[in-house]
Design a protein around this ligand. Sequence first.
Ligand code: URA
Length: 270
Amino acid sequence: MSSARKQAPPELAAVAGEAVRHLEWLRDAGVAEVPVPGRPPPSPTATRTPTTAGAPPSSTAPSPASVGAPSRYALADKGCGSPELLAVRERLGECTRCNLAGGRKKMVFGVGNPRAELMFVGEGPGGDEDLQGEPFVGRAGQLLTRMIEAMGFARSEVYIANVVKCRPPENRDPQPDEIEACEPFLKAQIDAIRPRVIVALGRFAVQTLLRDGSPIGRQRGRWREYQGVRCMPTFHPAYLLRSPDEKGKAWEDLKLVMREFGKEPRQGRP
Ligand code: URA
């Protein structure tokens, strides 16, 4: 019998090459071990099984979060502080699902407490957010932070995310296909956090979460529900910067939220 190794048939070589590329992708994503079907999971440190739903599976591979392995996103992105959120971030990956991918500097996933009882949802990153990879850090963000603090919360206690995770060019409105591509990930973030209350900031957050296109001025200040979570629509902080006379109405809305948490509004407003 010849000792020469037999050449694999081309179709097998293609499958093997694909498997190697897949394993390299997992390694680059920080996966240290891959579970083998029929054997117990290799890592006893694996935590809660992700319960997030709604995001389209980009791969059938286990997420690094589910095998307890380190992930680049855990370090790089601020809003991934639980296995469930990290799993969402992993699924989002280096997203190219819509045109916004081409213009972004940094993806802006979210920020804050992964077990927050109070969550804020805005529209999409602006220039400052795109540079820093964190939502609401520009002028509108500073106002939002003051609003959160006036409500008796620290910014780090709540969770903040946007409808779209990448900056629309020139800060234009996010387009329907862009919102549609990103929405499963917002939904999955909300599923992962399960807040008691969501504050929907402005037209796009309200339209996306509540499927209601009526003017924000008519929707604000009335409790609604998003998949079993109480939701309060209010004005976007960027709008309040342009129309400071409307701040009083937004503060009325936020006081309703405070009462939900048993917090007594102080005199004055942010
Ligand atoms: N406006 C938003 O809607 N989100 C941000 O992150 C910043 C400004």
